[in-house]
Design a binder for this molecule. Structure first.
Ligand code: HEC
Length: 147
């Protein structure tokens, strides 16, 4: 994973700025508004736990198997690095990244429902329990959800 990558870089910078802002503790921070906190202003959003159905995760598993696994192993989407990068963020951030940038050779080529199914599969891979409601394919709704 060493390719030039705008969105990954931006996400990392955003996180760094959030950390810097928190450490420095000044309201305006360094004068740069991190995109992550711009979309989800702390305090303005009540986070709810993400939900998905087992059937949706199964669809996501099939999409992953036919599309994503050409380049990715399943184990890239669990474990400490994945948790630090994505699980610490609202679920919508992963959805946004994946739906805008993946598959890398054809970004945006899947339906939003397919991207949501893949994210549901990742919730399952990370031990979240399925339920009765599908994960919505809607970034605003997903940005109110935590892992
Ligand atoms: C043609 C190869 C290719 C395919 C197919 C592909 N990816 Fe990727 N993906 C990459 C590369 C290369 C990177 C690292 C650079 C980047 O982030 O753009 C990446 C990065 C990612 C990341 C960020 C990883 C991180 O380090 O946090 C996620 C999440 C991701 N891909 C998910 C997916 C999903 C889900 C699919 C299937 C819908 C998919 N990718 C399909 C090549 C691919």
């Amino acid at each position: 994973m060493t390719r030039r990558d705008g969105s990954r870089g931006r996400a990392s910078v955003a996180r760094l700025l959030v950390v810097v802002g928190a450490v420095v503790g000044c309201g305006g921070g360094p004068g740069v508004e991190a995109p992550a906190s711009a979309t989800v202003a702390p305090g303005s959003v009540e986070f709810i736990p993400a939900f998905y159905t087992a059937e949706q995760a199964e669809r996501g598993r099939r999409v992953f198997g036919s599309v994503c696994s050409v380049c990715h192993g399943r184990n890239e989407f669990t474990g400490p690095i994945f948790e630090f990068t994505w699980v610490a963020e609202p679920v919508g951030h992963l959805f946004q990244h994946v739906s805008a940038s993946m598959p890398q050779d054809a970004p945006g080529s899947l339906s939003l429902a397919e991207y949501a199914a893949v994210v549901a599969y990742m919730l399952e891979l990370n031990g979240r329990e399925p339920g009765a409601r599908e994960l919505p394919a809607d970034v605003e709704a997903l940005n109110t959800m935590r892992w």
